[in-house]
Design a protein around this ligand. Structure first.
Ligand SMILES: *Cc1c(COP(=O)(O)O)cnc(C)c1O
Length: 339
């Protein structure tokens, strides 16, 4: 076993031993196949390359104090991938097949699961792509589902620390009735230019406003947004946001902590009234927002003046992590022990 410096891991790709694949041909899904190749052989006229027939997922496996590997809410990821498939006309992969593939790929790459103490995790990346020689714009007839894994450290290098985000009014990520609710590569291609501009300006992410009216808070880059005020957890309701499993879990935890959860439109002006704000997702976990600058309008909303996370974000973050690592009882059956 090579020496991996677990605590120095970034959110990047590292080669592991195996990946698991499954083909859809002649109208049905085949058996799971194990591969040790990092490459795929596909036709240059595949729909995934030309017309963006691609969906992906992201979930994490955590090693507990007891040495057991735990995966967080993988049935939710499986169901969301089915929703993405319906959204871009790909055949739905059965939930059981998805889960079987995740179990298999984690088991085969067990030696890459970071130890409990490191605070790192094994990132699981399922993807589903359209294959076959075709130039006409219509759904493919063949598909490939792949799951690979890679050990990852925190998404943000500075860890659990407030980060600045920016509103860039010249960009949209997804249209109100477009593909924003699906986890598809096309949304990410559409967000790259704004993301790079934000980074150039010194921000970690873009906070998108709703594309139609530019009035309400929408998605925060590759993560969901939530704000805290008056003992309330408030997160946007929108037809262009990806339904985050992390956000769904945090809403439950916030309720358990005696907070009221509101899922509704959030006018940009209301940001000025929030005591805390954060982005959340599998990669970002809970990342507190230091401030939001609406640079085109010369407005700024500040949530952390001392560079420290607010108390509610802190509590939500630790509670979620404690469940994921098995430090506290798994009250909702969110965790599956893999080995
Ligand atoms: C994956 C993703 C999220 C986070 O979802 P989780 O299920 O919490 O990982 C949020 N927004 C977008 C755009 C995403 O692609």
């Amino acid at each position: 076993m090579e020496n991996i410096n677990w605590s120095e891991l970034s959110f990047g790709y590292m080669k592991t031993d195996y990946n698991v694949r499954c083909y859809y041909r002649d109208g049905k899904w085949g058996e799971l196949e194990v591969s040790s190749s990092e490459l795929i052989n596909l036709h240059m006229a595949s729909t995934c390359l030309h017309y963006g027939q691609e969906s992906f997922e992201g979930l994490k496996v955590f090693k507990g104090k007891d040495g057991k590997a735990r995966v967080f809410r993988m049935d939710e990821n499986a169901k969301r991938m089915q929703s993405s498939c319906r959204g871009i006309m790909m055949p739905e992969l059965p939930v059981e097949k998805f889960e079987e593939a995740v179990r298999k790929v984690v088991k085969l790459n067990e030696r890459f699961i970071p130890p409990y103490e490191s605070g790192a995790s094994l990132y699981v990346r399922p993807l589903l792509i359209g294959l076959g020689a075709q130039v006409g714009v219509r759904p493919a007839t063949e598909y490939l589902f792949i799951v690979f894994v890679t050990p990852v450290g925190p998404y943000f290098k500075d860890g659990f620390k407030p980060t600045p985000v920016v509103i860039l009014r010249g960009y949209d990520r997804a249209a109100p009735l477009g593909t924003g609710t699906y986890k598809v590569g096309g949304n990410y291609a559409a967000s790259l230019a704004a993301g790079e501009k934000a980074h150039e300006l010194g921000y970690s992410a873009v906070l998108y406003l709703d594309a139609k009216e530019k009035k309400y808070v929408d998605e925060c880059g590759p993560a969901n947004f939530f704000g805290i005020k008056d003992n309330k957890y408030i997160t946007p309701q929108s037809t262009s946001i990806l339904p985050s499993i992390t956000n769904k879990s945090l809403m439950q935890l916030a309720e358990d902590m005696g907070m009221t959860v509101e899922r509704r439109q959030i006018p940009e002006d209301e940001l000025a009234t929030f005591e805390e704000a954060a982005e959340c997702g599998t990669a970002a976990v809970v990342t507190p927002i230091e401030r939001i600058d609406d640079i085109d309008e010369n407005k700024s909303y500040v949530f952390s003046k001392d560079g420290k996370p607010g108390p509610v974000c802190e509590k939500l973050y630790h509670q979620l992590r404690a469940i994921q690592y098995g430090d506290v009882p798994d009250q909702y059956g969110w965790v599956t022990i893999l080995s």
